[in-house]
Design a protein around this ligand. Structure first.
Ligand code: AMP
Length: 567
């Protein structure tokens, strides 16, 4: 049966096992990715039991990479990409240099030749698209400045790897590997650069018009099915064609396909339509990585495995952090970029495979790279959790410093104890909501870290407490368990999510209203337990539309038809 239908057998075993292992991981409070990777190990050739098709699984997982990068492109304009080039270009270059040097050092200590060291180091210098994007997406960071820098950085690395894959065969002879006759270094370099340039030119000149046009025509038919097909066809078709015609990676092709669609008003719909496919195939990526892993390397060469892991987790990330800081970006941005890139993935496997083929890398090298990949991918979500905690602690320290000023404040009205509304934040948004509710006679309790804002609220007669609402103690102090509703009027989404979760735990029946700035944030806050989330930009638009209606007279030009412009 398995022989007759390898594709179905691979898809089914991968999806089913990934689901079971993912659920188990979730129960054990581990990231589901760990479950997917272990599912891969279970259906890989190195463990007894079912063995899925080893050629098909990675190929299928490429579809996940393509759809993910397409999705990123949909949220990324050319302007965004150019805006981060000043930091992404030198950042990625320096980071690749650091990782390569460290890899070469490790190879030298292991007694491997220079060529092996170079391949190992380069393999360790690239981050996995899937791992990075999933981590950013889960935290709603894709559309933040930090997220954009990380993606720009990834794209530069991606381009560097495309070049490396082309140049390595030309350099193999020089580095002590198999010589390839007829491969000239400069010709190969020139040809690759020309192809990449041609690809970018074709996408920007032709794709930019043709792709949105195609999608809009399809939308015009009113058929949802055809629209979904068009989205998949464009993402996969452009990725494939760019790989075949221009030699760029699937990921890069898909990214550009998404990016040229970015300005189309249908880009949001396209993103929605490809989402389920994207998620399912991204899971296959992790399964296929797990399949390649031979666990015996952990016993055969524990020290080199630790060395590789240390380079990926610390060597690369410390380098990235220092570069971001050197560019004057805040510590938080540095840590996000460093954490995002502290893992390796698809390119590392391809490079290691090529290294072995060219006689540069010993077979153990690939096992080391795979061990490093699987361990660093498992560690990545944990690093992100540590980062989230650090950010929360820093915020708490800031708020605690503000709260320390409380004793100097004149006392305000007493806090209500039952059936009241809790307001979190008294800034531009919260102060208006607070005054309105207070004016209507609603019993209100405010939590706000800024002592000045609390003083203003108290002067208006609003009972208020200095502090951070993310702290369970503060929520307890405003009697969250007996409150009717909580209005979270702060712009920090992650913190708002935490506040909502705590409030829900203390009072499952409480009504929760939150504030958001993008559709992704709305979805995140609803996922945290909010009953509704108001998206700021949409409300601005609605209010502007109302003003336009109200001012129609002002916009209309009564003389427009009678007296055409002299020009
Ligand atoms: P604005 O964006 O102008 O509406 O301001 C947001 C307000 O929320 C500011 O006054 C912040 O001090 C306040 N704020 C931020 N984080 C918290 C928090 N964790 N708990 C309570 N208030 C907060």
């Amino acid at each position: 049966m398995t022989h007759a239908t390898p594709l179905i057998a691979t898809l089914v075993s991968a999806f089913v096992l990934a689901y079971v292992a993912g659920m188990l991981a979730q129960r054990l409070r581990l990231p589901p990715i760990v479950g997917y990777l272990l599912a891969g190990v279970a259906i890989g050739p190195f463990t007894p039991g079912i063995v899925a098709d080893q050629a098909l699984a990675p190929e299928l997982s490429e579809i996940g990479v393509i759809l993910l990068m397409f999705g990123v492109g949909l949220h990324f304009s050319l302007g965004d990409l150019l805006a981060v080039r000043a930091i992404a270009l030198p950042g990625a270059a320096v980071q690749i240099a650091i990782a390569t040097a460290l890899g070469m050092l490790l190879a030298w200590l292991t007694g491997w030749p220079v060529g092996a060291g170079l391949v190992l180091g380069l393999a360790l210098s690239t981050a996995s698209t899937v791992v990075l994007l999933r981590a950013l997406e889960e935290r709603s960071l894709l559309e933040t400045q930090r997220g954009r820098i990380a993606i720009g950085w990834l794209i530069v690395e991606d381009l560097a790897m495309v070049l490396t894959l082309v140049l390595l065969p030309a350099l193999a002879g020089l580095l002590g590997g198999t010589t390839h006759d007829g491969v000239n270094l400069y010709a190969a370099l020139g040809l690759t650069l020309a192809k990449v340039a041609a690809f970018v030119a074709v996408m920007l000149l032709f794709g930019r018009r043709a792709i949105p046009w195609l999608l809009e025509r399809t939308a015009g038919t009113g058929s949802r099915e055809l629209f979904t097909l068009a989205v998949l066809g464009i993402a996969l078709g452009v990725a494939y064609a760019s790989a075949v015609l221009f030699g760029v990676s699937f990921a890069l092709g898909a990214f550009f396909a998404g990016m040229v669609l970015n300005e189309s008003k249908l880009s949001h719909q396209a993103a929605q339509d490809s989402l389920p496919f994207r998620d399912a195939f991204a899971v296959l990526f992790f399964v296929s990585v797990g399949m390649l892993f031979d666990p015996s390397i952990l016993v055969r060469a524990p020290l080199p495995v630790l060395g590789v892991l240390a380079i990926i987790l610390f060597g690369k990330s410390i380098g990235a952090f220092l570069i971001v800081r050197a560019f004057g970006r805040p510590t938080e941005v540095g840590l996000t970029i460093a954490t995002s890139l502290a893992q390796i993935g698809e390119f590392a496997f391809i490079l290691a495979g090529l290294g072995i083929e060219l006689g540069l890398l010993p077979k153990d090298g690939r096992d080391l790279v795979l061990a490093g990949a699987i361990l660093s991918i498992c560690a990545n979500p944990l690093l992100f959790i540590a980062l989230d905690r650090w950010v929360a602690r820093r915020e708490a320290a800031r708020v605690a410093a503000a709260a320390a000023l409380e004793p100097d404040l004149p006392p305000g009205p007493p806090l209500p104890e039952r059936d009241h509304v809790i307001l979190v934040g008294f800034g531009r948004v919260g102060s208006l909501v607070g005054q309105r509710l207070h004016g209507e006679g609603t019993p209100l309790a405010l939590i706000e870290p800024d002592a000045d804002a609390v003083e203003r609220a108290r002067a208006l007669g609003i009972p208020a407490l200095v502090g951070n609402a993310a702290s369970v103690d503060k929520l307890g102090a405003v009697h969250v368990a007996d409150a009717r509703a909580i209005v979270v009027a702060i712009p920090q989404t992650l913190e708002a999510g935490q506040i909502i979760r705590h409030a829900r735990e203390a009072n499952p029946a409480i009504a929760v209203l939150a504030r958001a700035h993008s559709d992704e944030e709305v979805a995140y806050l609803l996922g945290c337990g909010a009953d509704a989330a108001v998206m700021g930009e949409r409300e601005i638009a609605r209010s502007m539309c109302e003003s336009v209606d109200g001012l129609a007279r002002w916009f209309r030009r009564p003389d427009a038809e009678a007296a055409p412009d002299a020009a």
